[in-house]
Design a protein around this ligand. Structure first.
Ligand code: ACO
Length: 424
């Protein structure tokens, strides 16, 4: 028999509410009537609210487990490609060899963007943040592909998600090239998804830029780790915008905006700034004291869901070794390791269950690959597009979904008469 929650209201009525099965136990409180209307929850930041049902990504924050469609993240990171994972997220199953070949072909033939997108990116000031350029480029896509607005048409939905997956590396690379004043590099059919992205970023005078395979594989692993993370801030933004009936480009544009924030995807950029600010290993204890006194935050630590070591951080630590083999060790690594060592023993961090998250080490890799810090969040947005597409699709096809519109507890004044200007 399924579990129920018994709620009694002051009028003496009692209500048996079914508790849903799943990863968190939840019920629908609006089934409890009160004198002022159905019972609501007060939950700033949605810390304890399930906003949808989802079959895409499973997280057990206490145990530090992450699975996409049931497959553990460490197995996917060790053995799959990013496009294989994108297929898994979207369609729910790992592709066969033939399906993967067809899928790669489909996505890769959609890498070119309309020439007007060049002009759009070119129109930004030389020092514009690449995330702003990426957000504008992605949001503009629905104007080039009006079929994307037909969100009830399965074929149009699929085609436009594939377009987005194909084009986002191109726009991301061009956003970067624009900021360094270099010519835009067009996609190359001879190269796979990640290698082509690296070529569009770094090609100089070579006919074809070929990345070191160790670097390319490390970036592929980072892409897989960042592909989805259930109802995080940017995915929630994607789903909220989608819930108003929006296409995948408009919704992903909102996701990029959310990801830009320093408490979310912008944290890896903030980690590097923090490590540089600390400057040397001997200044780590002083910095930690400042964090405990509330003068700073230890960026790259803590997570809304993980109250254990973020499984992605563990895999990234290993990818660090692979990249540093090619690039030489990033000198900031020793500061990061010392911060982690002290924090994992310190009572402040232990009692609050604060552990390194995905952003703690990823910035060190990106910097070793010579990406400027402004590109770090872009390198998060490109792979997260796979998850945003899967979550967008799940949201717009979910018969239980409604326009996302939370309630509020109004605390302001009421029923005041307008005061004419002369009497104020
Ligand atoms: N440094 C110092 N103290 C921290 C940190 C941190 N990084 N994170 C949380 N705390 C403290 C809080 O001050 C709070 O202490 P208190 O109980 O004494 O008030 C307690 O731990 C709980 O923290 P909350 O802020 O309530 O936790 P929440 O779930 O709201 O925040 C968040 C999670 C935003 C990730 C937070 O840990 C943080 O700001 N971390 C740094 C930024 C970061 O690395 N973000 C990347 C997250 S991963 C991602 O988005 C891909």
């Amino acid at each position: 028999m399924s579990e129920t929650l018994q709620v009694s209201t002051s009028g003496g009525a009692s209500h048996d509410l079914p508790i849903t099965d799943g990863t968190i136990r939840a019920t629908d409180l609006k089934k409890v009537p009160t004198a002022a209307g159905p019972l609501a929850t007060y939950d700033p930041g949605f810390m304890n609210t399930a906003a949808c049902r989802s079959a895409i990504t499973f997280i057990d924050g206490d145990e530090g487990i992450l699975e996409y469609r049931g497959y553990p993240i460490d197995q996917l990171a060790a053995r799959a490609s990013h496009l294989e994972v994108a297929y898994l997220l979207l369609y729910g199953e790992l592709p066969t060899a033939a399906q993967l070949e067809g899928w790669e072909k489909q996505v890769n033939t959609h890498r070119l963007v309309h020439e007007n997108v060049r002009d759009l990116i070119d129109a930004f000031r030389y020092d514009a943040h690449p995330m702003a350029k990426l957000m504008a480029g992605v949001a503009s896509m629905q104007t080039f592909y009006p079929s994307s607005r037909r969100i009830d048409d399965p074929e149009a939905r699929e085609l436009n998600m594939i377009r987005l997956l194909g084009k986002i590396p191109t726009m991301a690379a061009w956003a970067y090239r624009h900021s360094i004043g270099r010519h835009f590099v067009y996609p190359n059919d001879e190269l796979g998804y990640v290698d082509n992205f690296l070529a569009m970023l770094f090609q100089s005078q070579q006919r074809v830029y070929r990345a070191d395979p160790r670097v390319s594989r490390a970036l592929e692993v980072l892409f897989i780790l960042h592909a989805d993370h259930e109802q995080n801030c940017s995915t929630n933004a994607v789903r909220a915008v989608a819930s108003a009936g929006n296409d995948v480009f408009t919704s992903a544009g909102a996701g990029i905006g959310a990801l830009f924030g320093p408490l979310h995807g912008g944290a890896n950029e903030a980690v590097l700034a923090m490590l540089r600010g600390i400057g040397s290993v001997d200044r780590v204890p002083e910095f930690i004291e400042g964090v405990k006194a509330g003068r700073a935050k230890l960026m790259g630590f803590g997570h809304r869901v993980y109250k254990n070591y973020d499984p992605r951080a563990r895999i990234i630590k290993k990818a660090c070794d692979d990249v540093f083999e090619v690039t030489g060790v990033n000198p900031l690594l020793s500061i990061a390791q010392e911060l982690e060592r002290i924090a994992l023993e310190d009572e402040y961090f232990v009692t609050r269950r604060l552990y390194p998250n995905v952003d703690f080490y990823s910035g060190l890799i990106y910097e070793a690959l010579r990406f400027p810090p402004e590109m770090f969040t872009v390198l998060f947005a490109v792979p997260r597009t796979a998850g945003w597409c899967a979550q967008w699709l799940e949201g717009v096809t979910d018969p239980e979904q409604k326009i996302m519109r939370p309630r509020q507890i109004y605390t302001g004044p009421r029923e005041r008469d307008f005061v004419p200007m002369a009497q104020r």
